[in-house]
Design a protein around this ligand. Structure first.
Ligand code: UD1
Length: 422
């Protein structure tokens, strides 16, 4: 397994290009199951999670071709479709559950393995099941697999989710576009990745209104056609790299970044003493004068502060002046980076869904271990702020969500290198 070595850094300067969003791409790729014609996704990120989704789609009968070094994915689903998403692939990545809605819509039946446990909490599937059941699916759990079927196809319906789940909204959308009649989803998730999926489905001929708000209306159509769609910018990769100059000083422009993607995050950065300026090409970030100030953060569904930036924000606040409280409202058990940061000298107390961070003047480099995707990058950021050397092991988590992280950070002057494992 590879490790990453980071050495405490002075100011950074330069530009970092931000890739297409992993989470958007993972929802867009299964949309290919909805049409016999090809779907081409441009600006796709080159990540191991995307390769896992390719593998899953191929196992279902889709053809996936990579063009331009993986940045363009051409998918086509014109042949026979296998309705079974196998445990061996699904267990690697929870987003595999996003084939359930499109398989049901196209075939009227599907057998999809439950994803199983996840390091950041239990992550059940009840909201997905309720949403698809509202459209007329009958879903049973047998031997670890969800067996879903319809009697005469899916039918449009009005449904309100008990929580604005991102994945369940995506599954509902992909099912309702081919259902008979009109569907209305209330308490829908409003994340930019949902807007991106709706735009892509519309380019394929779907009739959707209201994406980006809590109520989405879908008028079912008989068939969808092919389309070419650019994947939206990755707001989590954007927020992560915005924290690099916040932590090290200097000024970095994140190319392709837009405030609208990270507004609540920018508000917290401003309160912590970090300035963000939107330019014609991206977001320029620099630390205002002096030490970063403590701020309190609560993670919430979009447009609130994203849970996927909580670990990285904690790395920043570990050296802030004063005490910050971070409250995690989306996932239980998402503070596993805290004990690792404490190995580097951070002063953090975790009580249930709250972490209290007492800022210290300086962190100290240490060997640490990545526990999940966002935790691993938070340790790299902390390493940039620490005295001495930090070795982050188990970085395979990182490769699921960040392409060429060492290259991107090195280009702005960071001292970081990858050590190949056995
Ligand atoms: C997506 C993102 C993930 C992000 C999360 C929240 C992808 C591939 N992943 O995950 O990076 O952290 O949104 O912004 O897009 N829940 C239930 N029952 C369900 C579904 C969810 O109880 O049926 C709970 C989950 O356990 C969790 C919360 O709802 O506590 C949020 O989950 P959800 O919005 O569904 O996240 P994902 O779509 O899995």
């Amino acid at each position: 397994m590879d490790s990453i070595i980071v050495r405490g850094n002075g100011p950074l300067s330069g530009q970092i290009p931000i890739a297409g969003a992993k989470n958007a791409c993972l929802a867009l790729m299964p949309a290919t199951l909805l049409s016999e014609e090809p779907l081409t996704l441009t600006n796709a990120p080159r990540l191991s999670d995307i390769r896992t989704m390719r593998q899953l789609l191929a196992s279902l009968g889709a053809e996936v071709t990579e063009l331009q070094e993986g940045k363009v994915l051409a998918t086509s689903c014109h042949g026979a479709i296998n309705p079974v998403a196998d445990y061996d692939i699904v267990r690697k990545m929870r987003a595999s559950n996003l084939v359930l809605g499109p398989l049901l819509a196209r075939l009227g039946h599907a057998v999809v393995s439950l994803p199983g446990g996840c390091a950041i909490g239990a992550r059940p599937m009840d909201i997905h099941i309720d949403a698809l059941t509202a459209l007329g699916a009958e879903i049973e759990l047998k031997e670890g697999y969800l067996h879903a079927k319809t009697r005469g196809g899916l039918k449009g319906a009005v449904h309100e989710m008990r929580f604005a789940s991102v994945g369940a909204t995506e599954n509902f959308l992909m099912a309702a576009v081919l259902a008979k009649g009109t569907s209305v989803l209330k308490n829908a998730a409003r994340e930019p990745e949902i807007v991106d999926l709706a735009q892509c489905l519309r380019a394929m001929g779907a009739e959707i209104e209201g994406e980006g708000t809590s109520t989405i209306t879908i008028q079912g159509v008989d068939r969808l056609h092919g389309a070419t769609h650019p994947v939206v910018t990755d707001r989590i990769e954007l927020g992560t790299y915005m924290l690099a100059p916040a932590i090290c000083g200097g000024e970095v422009e994140c190319l392709g970044g837009k405030i609208a993607l990270v507004e609540s995050f920018c508000e917290k950065l401003d309160a912590a003493g970090i300035s963000v300026e939107e330019t014609a090409t991206g977001l320029k970030v620099k630390r205002k004068n002096g030490r970063v100030k403590a701020v309190d953060v609560v993670t919430e569904p979009f447009p609130g502060f994203p849970t996927d930036l909580q670990a990285q924000m904690m790395a920043l606040l570990a050296t802030a002046e004063g005490t910050s409280v971070l409250e995690e409202k989306i996932f239980e058990n998402r503070f596993m980076h805290a004990p690792e940061l404490m190995r580097m000298g951070a002063r953090i107390e975790v009580h249930g869904g709250h972490a209290t961070v007492h800022g210290v003047e300086k962190l100290k480099g240490a060997p640490v271990m990545a526990t999940d995707l966002r935790a691993s990058v938070s340790l790299i950021l902390a390493g940039l702020a620490a005295e001495g050397e930090t070795m982050v092991s188990r970085v395979y988590h990182l490769d699921r969500g960040y392409e060429r992280v060492e290259e991107k950070l090195r280009a702005v002057g960071a001292h970081i290198e990858r050590v190949q494992g056995e």
